[in-house]
Design a protein around this ligand. Structure first.
Ligand code: S3P
Length: 176
């Protein structure tokens, strides 16, 4: 499975759909599967079940998808906070679309459909996830300054050979 991870607004769904088309694979978005399965929006699921309830449903859906037919699978931004999801990702191609918090906020900040964006401790949520994203990623692609098409081509090339992806020196976390 090719799996896309990264913070809200990184472009997992958009890039994932285009990548799937480019590779001739099906595209699956875990949030979409969850919403279809329950007949509820993500915001309604958070309201009804809380974040913990959402994470349980999310982890089950992702494990099922990972065990299913080959596809490009985009995960919700917080899925990697669940231990069983990180474990289930082992052995798959996991692409981190890396975005800075301020860029993510300028893209999706305030979206009422993304309850986690409204947390007062959003900066801590972002910081706590950085290492988790890196721990599961087999390929990291900074998104800043790159078009959807460029990202698709970079990811496709990087899946063949990770050294084909230049890590943008402008990204705040580069140079470590
Ligand atoms: C979440 C990200 C969302 C969605 C839910 C929780 C998060 O997905 O799963 O609102 O905790 O970061 P996107 O990353 O596709 O916005």
């Amino acid at each position: 499975m090719i799996v896309l991870v990264g913070f809200m607004g990184a472009g997992k769904t958009t890039v994932g759909r285009a990548l799937a088309a480019r590779l001739g694979r099906a595209f699956v978005d875990s949030d979409h599967v969850i919403e279809q399965g329950l007949g509820l929006s993500i915001a309604d699921i958070f309201e009804g079940y809380g974040e913990a309830g959402f994470r349980e449903i999310e982890a089950r859906v992702i494990r099922e998808q990972l065990a299913g037919p080959e596809a490009v699978l985009a995960l919700g931004g917080g899925a990697i906070t669940t231990d069983s999801v990180r474990e289930a990702l082992d052995g798959h191609d996991v692409v981190l679309l890396d975005i800075a918090l301020e860029d993510a906020l300028s893209r999706v900040g305030g979206d009422p459909g993304r309850p986690m964006l409204h947390r007062p401790d959003l900066a801590q949520v972002f910081a706590a996830r950085a290492d988790l994203y890196r721990s599961v990623a087999t390929l990291r692609v900074p998104v800043a300054g790159r078009s959807i098409n460029e990202l698709v081509e970079l990811v496709a090339a990087g899946l063949e050979d990770a050294s084909a992806v230049p890590l943008d020196p402008e990204t705040p976390d580069a140079g470590e």
